[in-house]
Write a protein that binds this ligand. Structure first.
Ligand SMILES: [Zn+2]
Length: 105
């Protein structure tokens, strides 16, 4: 297995391989988190191939996934990185925000 992935095409091949692996592991009993992993991987691959055909790629301001998918509903104070936000949502029990509840006024 190659560790050095240099070209967008190589990145795309690697990402599609990951997607294939994830999809192959899915069963009818797979939890939503497993489906979310597939979705995240698909969005990363979509971003990569978008760059390859000249479409703008996302800029997440994330140091781990700078070209990753954008979270369209990122809670205030979170990054725009869908991958990190998905993991963060899972770790916080599905809450979309750590903000205190707004007053019912
Ligand atoms: Zn990220």
């Amino acid at each position: 297995m190659r560790d050095r992935v240099s070209t967008p095409l190589e990145q795309f091949h690697a990402q599609m391989g990951t997607i294939n692996d994830l999809v192959f592991q899915l069963t009818s009993d797979s939890p939503p988190a497993a489906l979310a992993d597939v979705r995240d991987a698909l969005m990363v691959a979509t971003s990569t191939i978008s760059g390859m055909i000249g479409l703008p790629r996302g800029t997440t301001d994330c140091r781990f996934h700078p070209q990753g998918p954008i979270d369209p509903v990122a809670p205030e104070g979170w990054s725009n990185c869908l991958l990190c936000n998905t993991h963060r949502r899972r770790s916080t029990g599905g809450h979309r925000s750590e903000r205190p509840p707004s007053s019912s006024n």
